[in-house]
Design a binder for this molecule. Sequence first.
Ligand code: SF4
Length: 170
Amino acid sequence: MTVIGAAPTTTQGAPGFAPRYRRRLWSVRHARGLAALYRAFERSLRAAAPLVARIGAGRLERPVAAVERRVKGALFDCKMCGQCVLSRTGLSCPTNCPKGLRNGPCGGVRADGACEVVADMPCVWVQAFDGARRIDGAGASIPPLPPVDNRLLGRSSWLAVARDATTAAP
Ligand code: SF4
């Protein structure tokens, strides 16, 4: 599998990051347990696909997106891009990159693992590699990610999982 660049050095716990980033740092630190929880949740979403189809995904979109926004906003500073890649980025949301980079860090990561643009923010990609290692071990890699489709902005990724399960059903 093609991987993106080399994994930068872990800087988890490095001093100097603003307190407002503590939740996303916590989530990366607990990536292994949270990823296991999410896999179980994803199975539930797929199992609920027939019910979602019966009710109509369109009718569920607003309430489900509202819950998703709250839960993932609290845990990951989610921006509701509508095509969640957290399970592939060590539970670090790449949408928080000020440069909008979806496939690895720019060349400007600071020596302490901070963002080049926002000096007191941990680089989301350094965190992504850290989280991936916590989930998959030292040899973890992050696969190339598809470009962002702005038409999905604000939509629920959870519902998309259920919809995909319906589409893929034989
Ligand atoms: S990748 Fe998208 S849906 Fe997933 S946490 Fe980030 S903004 Fe939210």
